[in-house]
Design a protein around this ligand. Structure first.
Ligand code: GLA
Length: 726
């Protein structure tokens, strides 16, 4: 026994019901436990994921048989599997038993690895679990190594599997669309299979998203109940599969979408899956969100601890109609309003083909017909106005009408013997990032831009086309099925190289709006563009859904013109500003077309946002009243980690005569602290009755404040700044 014990340093040895010894691996976080049975020579089993388990209770758990951690295909082929392999000799069955358990620990993180092997084949699978000091998020992924005499084929290769005990389990998922990203769907898990998937190739968060929440005790609630949250951290095609058969559990699988992506693994090669991040909370969905926000800011979002600048992005202001005087005027106006960063969107480049319409992608040379003094002229102007400068690029793409494509038609994704299928404007094509030469071209382009213009502070990195046809001009015939995976490996290589050289540039990921809101891509990006829909009312919904897994610091949230360009809805500037202030604030309009009142309110919003930016961007979020509940009002707040300060947002999301004026209890405050209340963004509204007063956290959380009552002819909204008094 002694020998076994020394192998399983982390694990515990407990006599199981059969008389054999169960080797328990305890992967605990401050508020959750994952308990595995990793008995050598046996299949790896999961005994528990959820509430923290006391050591005293482990013995009872060890008597349970549990469920397979990583089901493999072949021996019970009627069940869904996490892994399916065709071995070198053509055998399609796999079996995995535990060989060893090891841990590696650094200052603030620990990785527990359970190595498994097929007893009959030289196929090794390592299941890894990463935990970090103070975080309840567990990241799991597998490494599949082929030591068989020849190549094997991976037919399915999920990052993880979790059995969830049946009862009254509800699933929350996100099923959006362009302009309506992050739309929340809640449903009970019924018998059958639920498939949430993406096959776009490039933009994997526009429609369905790679995250799911399982509410164990019936329909999810915001602040109570046991919930498991899971996010697949992968920027390519994904699959979330929940299989509910006659067994006692729902079976949740998440990983790369294997459809048309079978992967051939040469002898000696290892395939590493992307991580699946999971968290458990007994504080409802809000508890899961706060865990993911903290984990994301601390470990995955690029520069997640640095405050973001307030920017003006030129797109909705001028679209492709870029020119020097117009850019300069925008800068001057924005600077007057207290702005910090000017971003020139699409339309600035092109030589033979002019970017007045979707052409010229790939020709990343300033169009001197529009900008006679080049980027330097703009950078100088920005600096004269006290602004940083940023610009838009779409490096993974080209257009058929571009000098780049004329020279390098071999660089695009295209099936053999076919004309390329084009996207935007009948011209756009995706570059084949599986090709290392293409990777070099992109790295060189971005690196040259950032090195030639070190003043560039911000890049909006767009990606507006899906893979329109399955075909690589680079990959061999027998590796065509690698395209969807190798594209994203190539992208990571590109991003690693760019980030090594330029760690401090702020880079936004945009993909036709929120098409790349995924934790897989964010290690290289500081934020994402939340949606091309900037309508303040619909943004309440889009940002609400997106906030389930993503923190406000990552969500580009801009004040745009009224009527809104996407919905044609007219919304007063105060409401537009109050919605944008609940994310990473920016402007998306032509300031010269603003009214005096609009300018005044924007100026005030910018100045007030500076007072609370640290709370919105780095604080804990508490959602208070969902717009999805149709109660006519939506509300949320952010609280600093030490609970000294908070910002409370209240938006009338509807205007119906006779509607109850909901009283909204706050959350996340210290009940024993007293908070002084000051309204922000107040321009002309009647002073609130409690303005300047000091109330206990207890009262604010038990009862909330009486907000203005009655019929308001337009949207109304209020933002309050709470500060604890000594
Ligand atoms: C995409 C983006 C927009 C804008 C345009 C420019 O649609 O989502 O924000 O940058 O491209 O062409």
């Amino acid at each position: 026994m002694q020998k076994l014990y020394s192998i399983f340093t982390l694990s515990m040895l407990l006599a199981s019901g059969t008389g054999a010894y169960a080797e328990l691996v305890d992967i605990s976080t401050p508020n959750s436990s994952l308990i595995l049975n990793a008995t050598k020579g046996e299949r790896l089993m999961i005994l528990h994921y959820g509430n923290p388990v006391d050591k005293m209770d482990l013995e009872a758990l060890s008597k349970e048989s549990g469920e397979l951690v990583y089901p493999v295909y072949g021996l019970w082929p009627q069940n869904e599997a996490a892994l399916s392999v065709t071995h070198a000799d053509g055998n399609r069955t796999t079996d995995l038993t535990v060989e060893s358990v090891s841990t590696s620990t650094t200052a603030d993180k620990k990785v527990t690895t359970i190595q498994m092997k097929d007893p009959s084949y030289d196929l090794t699978v390592k299941a890894n679990y990463l935990t970090r000091e103070g975080s309840d998020v567990i990241e799991t992924w597998v490494e599949i190594t082929n030591n068989e005499p020849d190549a094997i084929t991976l037919n399915r290769f999920m990052s993880g599997h979790l059995p969830i005990r049946k009862g009254d389990v509800w699933l929350t998922s996100f099923q959006g669309a362009w302009g309506n990203e992050g739309y929340i769907i809640e449903e009970p898990l019924l018998p059958g299979t639920k498939l949430i998937k993406n096959k776009d190739g490039v933009r994997n968060a526009q429609g369905a998203r790679a995250e799911a929440l399982f509410s164990i005790d019936g329909k999810a609630s915001e602040n109570s109940g046991r919930v498991i949250g899971a996010a697949l951290c992968h920027h390519g095609n994904f699959k979330i599969l929940i299989d509910t058969d006659y067994s006692d559990n729902h079976h949740f699988f998440a990983g790369i979408n294997e459809e048309n992506s079978e992967y051939h693994l040469a002898k000696g090669e290892t395939f590493v899956t992307p991580p699946l991040a999971m968290a458990y909370s007994d504080e409802g969905i809000g508890g899961i969100s706060r865990q993911f926000h903290r984990w994301g800011r601390d470990t995955r979002l690029h520069n997640g601890d640095k405050l973001r600048r307030i920017l003006l992005n030129s797109w909705e202001g001028v679209y492709f109609n870029i020119n020097e005087p117009v850019m300069e005027k925008m800068m001057a106006d924005f600077s007057d309003m207290g702005g910090e960063l000017f971003v020139m969107d699409d339309g600035w480049f092109g030589t033979k083909f002019q970017r007045d319409e979707p052409t010229a992608l790939g020709d990343w040379i300033v169009d001197t017909r529009k900008l006679p003094h080049g980027l330097n002229g703009l950078i100088e102007n920005a600096s004269r106005h006290g602004l940083k400068f940023g610009l838009w690029i779409e490096p993974e793409m080209t257009d058929t009408k571009s000098v780049f494509f004329e020279k390098h038609p071999e660089y695009v994704i295209k099936a053999q013997n076919r004309q390329p299928v084009t996207a935007r404007g009948g011209a756009q094509l995706v570059l084949d990032l599986s090709n290392p030469e293409v990777q070099d071209v992109i790295v060189n382009m971005v690196d040259t831009l950032l090195s030639n213009y070190p003043e560039i502070d911000y890049i909006k990195w767009d990606a507006n086309a899906p893979i329109m046809e399955h075909g690589s001009q680079y990959l061999d015939a027998d590796r065509q099925s690698h395209l969807y995976i190798d594209y994203h490996k190539g992208l990571e290589n590109v991003l690693n190289r760019i980030r090594t050289a330029h760690p401090d540039v702020t880079i936004q990921t945009c993909a036709s709006g929120g098409g790349r809101a995924n934790w897989g891509i964010l290690p290289w990006f500081d934020e994402f563009w939340t949606s091309d829909n900037t309508d303040a009312l619909q943004r309440l919904y889009i940002q609400w859904g997106t906030s389930y897994f993503y923190p406000a610091i990552a969500m580009g949230s801009h004040i745009s013109a009224s009527p809104n360009h996407q919905t044609r809805r007219q919304i007063p500037i105060k409401f537009r500003a109050d919605v944008a202030m609940s994310g990473r604030l920016g402007l998306e309009l032509q300031p010269s077309q603003m009214t005096e009142e609009e300018r005044k309110i924007c100026k005030q919003a910018i100045s007030d946002y500076k007072k609370v930016r640290h709370i919105v961007q780095l604080g804990d979020m508490y959602r208070l009243q969902s717009p999805f509940d149709n109660k006519g009002v939506a509300s949320l707040m952010y609280v600093t980690p030490g609970k000294e300060e908070a910002v409370f947002f209240w938006w009338k999301a509807d205007n119906n005569v006779g509607e109850t004026n909901l009283r909204i209890p706050m959350a996340g405050l210290d009940p024993n602290k007293r908070y002084t209340i000051a309204e922000l963004n107040r321009v002309g509204e009647e002073q609130l009755t409690f303005e300047g007063m000091t109330l206990t956290g207890n009262q604010l959380m038990a009862k909330g404040l009486e907000m203005p009552k009655g019929y308001t002819p337009y949207y109304s909204s209020r933002v309050l700044h709470l500060k604890a008094v000594e």
